[in-house]
Ligand binder design. Structure first.
Ligand code: ADP
Ligand code: G6P
Length: 495
């Protein structure tokens, strides 16, 4: 059910809710859909409240000046109702943007916040670019607030900043809006983990970072652990007074609420996709599919997973021609060296295993390096016997949730890493430490051979929980933290 907000919303995220591409027939610039929970959940509220979206269009100052196109009349996506006038594209010089995005967001915050400090680089010029880009996002956000105040003079707009790209924008937005006498509410949500103090303190400008985030009134993380890590950092680094029970931080005479808000998926949409998706073609009717779906990222534990599968094949030669590992990997951040190296490593490892174990009729690993359609994805989720979701670290992981939503046929098994946020609540999955190859391979074997009644019981519970706690549930709980929940929605939130 559609969620309502009592305030018009300005969403501020690194990316716009759609990508821009060229129509191959007409050569005209068109919108392309970006799948993802955030867009599906948040875009309808922006549409409904006649709000605005501030984000990077994918273009740079040096590129031709392009107008954001309107949605195609046949567009069915959640952003179809978003007029081009509701979108404020951020454009920066290529070098500055690359230093901010590749140099700081992807090379510093991504590895550091995933507790992989050895992979993180700390460079003052990249941090300076981050500051500069955040200032530009802040400038456009103030423009957005001005526009909303013109169209809704009595409203107090809700500015919602998203993710590690936007950690310095809040104070600039607040100061400027105060100066212009425009009251706003401001919230931040982090889509990745927030690490412990031990890790956060490695960042040379950690005080500035924490103060940046504390510019908001309400701060959300997926799970309690990330909230408590953040509170700990505020106390130890900034000397803030904190209340861990109530999850409150005092800073600059303001009280900021810290909220665990586990994100989820549009559950019903995935059920519907699964119900009409085409059947996956298998080698033979007995063949069991093991499935992995990830961006190609070193946090996802792809190499550990493939190694565990290799061990399984060594220990159980009888699985030959009966089990196939289907790994879908979406190209991601391909300008960053670490990502290029991971691709090389995976190509080699998969080639080696396929070379060693293949028969004339079967290859143990089917590997897709690319995007697949939502229909195809739903078909893979529905027809796989086992989904292997084993990141080394992950904020939440939506793939685990999409898999159970799509399990509308013969029930399969979810293997889940305890190091994903999803591992906290999805109790009926088989949990495995991805670093322990031997136990990992035994867990895959257990999943492949699990009796039907056990699979049924586990999957039923997993599905029920995700159905009740879908992405709209997340959104309502968020709106509650900023006191923007409509009366209709009040009856539908917990607590
Ligand atoms: P992350 O945000 O780190 O990429 P998540 O698991 O939380 O990890 O979210 C990944 C999202 O990307 C999911 O919504 C999933 O459906 C989508 N996705 C992953 N792989 C593909 C693919 N090959 N094609 C299309 N969408 C994909
Ligand atoms: C994660 C982050 C998002 C990011 C996405 C894709 O989900 O939390 O903020 O948009 O990865 O990464 P990219 O760098 O391509 O935007």
């Amino acid at each position: 059910m559609q969620v309502h907000s009592t305030s018009p919303m300005v969403v501020v995220a690194n990316r716009l809710p759609f990508c821009l591409g060229t129509d191959p027939d007409t050569g005209k610039l068109i919108r392309k859909q970006c799948a993802g929970g955030l867009v599906t959940a948040v875009a309808p509220v922006v549409v409904e409240t006649q709000g605005l979206w501030v984000g990077w269009s994918g273009l740079h100052t040096e590129d031709e000046n392009v107008e954001i196109p309107e949605a195609d009349p046949n567009d069915q996506s959640p952003t179809a109702g978003l007029k081009s006038s509701q979108v404020l594209p951020v454009t920066m010089p290529k070098k500055v943007f690359s230093d901010y995005y590749n140099g700081c967001c992807n090379a510093t915050f991504w590895p550091l916040f995933h507790s992989m400090p050895d992979r993180a680089t700390f460079q003052a010029d990249k941090w300076e670019a981050y500051r500069e880009v955040n200032r530009e996002f802040a400038r456009l956000t103030v423009e957005a607030v001005k526009r909303l105040r013109e169209s809704h003079p009595d409203s107090v707009p809700l500015v919602w900043l998203h993710d590690y790209h936007m950690m310095l924008a809040a104070n600039t937005i607040r100061e400027k809006c105060d100066e212009l006498n425009m009251p706003i509410k401001m919230a931040f949500f982090l889509h990745i983990p927030f690490p412990s103090w031990d890790i956060t303190r490695l960042f040379p400008w950690d005080d500035e970072l924490l103060q940046g985030v504390l510019g908001c009134d309400s701060i959300g993380f997926h799970i309690d652990d990330y909230c408590l890590n953040f509170i700990d950092c505020c106390q130890r680094r900034l000397g803030c007074r904190v209340d861990r029970q109530q999850m409150l931080v005092e800073h600059n005479s303001r009280t900021i609420s810290i909220n665990p808000l586990p994100i989820s998926i549009p559950y019903e949409r995935f059920v519907q996709l699964a119900e009409k998706a085409p059947k996956v073609v298998k080698n033979n009717p007995q063949e069991q599919l093991l499935l992995g779906v990830d961006r190609l990222d070193y946090t996802k534990g792809l190499v550990h997973r493939i190694r565990a599968f290799e061990t399984l094949l060594e220990k159980h030669p009888e699985l030959k021609e009966k089990v196939t590992f289907l790994q879908v990997a979406v190209p991601s951040r391909t300008d960053v060296k670490e990502y290029q190296e991971l691709k090389e490593e995976l190509d080699q490892l998969i080639g080696k295993i396929n070379g060693q174990f293949s028969t004339p009729n079967w290859s143990p690993i089917r590997y897709i390096y690319g995007c697949v359609s939502q229909d195809q994805l739903a078909a893979f989720y529905r027809d796989s016997s086992v989904a292997v979701v084993t990141p080394l670290r992950d904020g939440m992981n939506l793939v685990a949730k999409e898999f159970v939503a799509c399990q509308t046929g013969e029930p399969g098994v979810l293997i889940l890493s305890p190091f994903a946020g999803a591992g906290i609540s999805m109790h009926e999955a088989l949990h495995v430490n991805p670093y322990e190859t031997n136990e990992f391979s035994d867990t895959i074997y257990r999943a492949l051979t699990m009796p039907k009644d056990e699979r049924e019981m586990r999957m039923k519970q997993l599905r029920r929980r995700e159905r009740d706690h879908d992405v709209n549930f997340w959104l309502r709980n968020f709106l509650k933290t900023v006191d923007c929940l409509s009366d209709v929605d009040k009856s539908q939130v917990s607590g």
